[in-house]
Design a protein around this ligand. Structure first.
Ligand code: SAM
Length: 491
């Protein structure tokens, strides 16, 4: 604590008198703003008795680029150059390696900056650069540092070293904080899709969009293209309109998810790296030999791992580009013999391939082992509305419980009780209560007050086998409730 006070006000320990020692629990490495420090001192009965003389206007701020970069919209890397004074100690060449371990808490740490430099006046010595926020005088060293220096006969006298800082030595958030208007939020999270950084910039960041893009490329070695969503998600194929902010205009990319490789054109298909855990969760429910229908398959993140687990897979997507990349990924992952791919509307897929396969299973000899059927429906903005396609799907077929498929259907909810909301909406489209016969899983929080949920249930026999005349006789079944929410981050 005392060291922090020294460093902020740039004076030596004896100039401070502590009335109580109630601050000892504070991490001595934490940076404390002067205003917070004063408040803290007040709360903790610390009295600062004297303001020392400031060491004449030296810039010791390692993390703030020069003030002149504020408002820059085209990146000028040279404008980030500045010289700062940092403390240093002189150490004999032979003991440097032994000493550095003991100085790890006080040595300078900056991207691309060496902590040990030549001593221009003495070739037998080196200068060890120290963190100016931690060490301003020799009295700021801690016990263990003093002990190590004493043992190695190192002189603790503090020298001053003029350190040249450049654009490369600032972190991306430091660059952006210095450039964007003061007081505005500079958070700039992105999701990585192969070589592409995918951003969702806010209004006040737009004038700086190409600079932000360039900084992200400069500071992240594997990113060569930065894009920003320019409108909300396209309503049909769930892909985004996007603008290239910096780097190459090449959206054909390659990603690895759960040990499977996918290739696709990110500007034409749906991909969301945040769904990898959910893909893995569903695949973990499958047993080799199961049959999987993926109604809204995208480029294959459920279908391909399922086929690799020796399931028989039927995968469908309405977007011709998704269909094309799905086929490509099946070949890429050598599962093209195990996956049947379709380019249909989801309802036609259910009424066609799903119905055909389920019917075929019903006619198999009853002694033959029948594995589980899973139907995955990941189109959260709409999938629940496709559930009525299961009504009467197998009407007039010999009924048998062993063939009842498990559905995993996704939906968004802005409701206070999203699980109940999803269940009620699913029941509405199935025309049958699922009470006690379903589980609802929270997949992820998509936006404030908007959850992505997955409801899993075995399609009730009454839904699959019921015929139209029975349906008309039952006026009490729940009425379908359509989803009202769809927003910018909707998959
Ligand atoms: C949210 S994405 C999910 C993709 C993939 N299952 C995943 O988890 O990443 C939904 C997919 O449904 C497709 N789609 C949208 N409407 C459809 C429809 N009516 N029938 C079939 N596929 C549709 C889109 O092209 C998109 O690939």
């Amino acid at each position: 604590m005392l060291r922090n006070i020294c460093r902020i006000f740039n004076f030596a320990k004896p100039e401070i008198r502590l009335k109580t020692a109630s601050l000892t629990k504070l991490d001595h490495r934490r940076y404390i703003k002067p205003a917070s420090l004063l408040a803290l001192c007040k709360r903790s009965s610390v009295t600062l008795l004297a303001m020392p003389e400031q060491k004449s206007g030296r810039d010791m701020d390692l993390s703030t680029p020069p003030a002149g970069v504020r408002g820059m919209t085209q990146l000028d890397r040279d404008a980030f150059r500045k010289t700062i004074s940092v403390p240093a100690i002189k150490v004999k060449k032979e003991v440097i390696n032994k000493l550095m371990k003991s100085l790890k808490n006080v040595a300078l740490q900056r991207p691309g900056i060496k902590r040990v430099v030549e001593d221009p006046d003495d070739e037998n010595h080196r200068l060890v650069l120290l963190d100016p926020f931690t060490i301003s005088t020799a009295s700021c060293f801690g016990e263990s540092e003093n002990a190590a220096m004493k043992q190695l006969e190192v002189n603790t006298e503090i020298h001053t070293y003029d350190l040249e800082l450049a654009y490369e030595n600032f972190k991306s958030e430091e660059v952006l904080r210095a450039v964007l208007p003061e007081g505005q939020d500079v958070t700039y999270g992105f999701s990585r899709v192969g070589h592409i950084a995918h951003m969702n910039l806010r209004e006040h960041q737009l004038p700086f969009k190409s600079l932000i893009g360039q900084v992200i490329i400069d500071k992240n070695s594997s990113i060569t293209s930065v894009v920003n969503k320019t409108n909300i998600i396209d309503t049909t194929y769930r892909n985004f309109q996007m603008e290239v902010l910096a780097g190459e205009d090449n959206m054909a990319t390659k990603v690895r998810e759960n040990n499977v490789t996918y290739e696709f054109d990110f500007s034409k298909v749906y991909w969301n790296s945040r769904l990898s855990t959910e893909h893995e969760r569903i695949v973990s429910l499958l047993e080799p030999g199961d049959t999987v229908f993926d109604v809204f398959a995208g480029v294959g993140p459920f279908a391909i791992p399922a086929a690799r687990k020796s399931c028989l897979v039927f995968a469908n997507d309405l977007n011709p580009e998704s269909y094309k990349w799905l086929q490509h990924n099946c070949k890429l992952n050598k599962v093209d013999k195990k996956i049947h791919v379709f380019n249909l509307d989801g309802r036609d897929f259910i009424l066609g391939a799903v119905k055909e396969q389920l019917t075929e299973r019903l006619h198999k000899a009853s002694t033959q082992k029948k594995n589980t059927v899973h139907i995955v429906m990941n189109l959260p903005a709409l999938a629940i509305e496709f559930l009525d396609a299961f009504k009467n799907l197998l009407e007039n077929q010999p009924s048998g419980d062993s063939s009842l498929p498990f559905v995993h259907c996704y939906g968004f909810s802005k409701h206070d009780n999203p699980a109940q909301d999803i269940q009620e909406r699913a029941e509405g489209f199935l025309g049958k209560s699922l009470e006690g016969h379903c589980t609802v899983h929270l997949v992820r929080n998509v936006a404030p007050n908007k959850e992505m949920m997955c409801i899993s249930f075995q399609v009730p026999a009454e839904v699959l086998y019921r015929n139209h005349s029975e349906e008309q006789d039952n006026p009490e079944e729940p009425a379908p409730k359509r989803q009202k929410c769809d927003g910018p981050d909707s998959p």
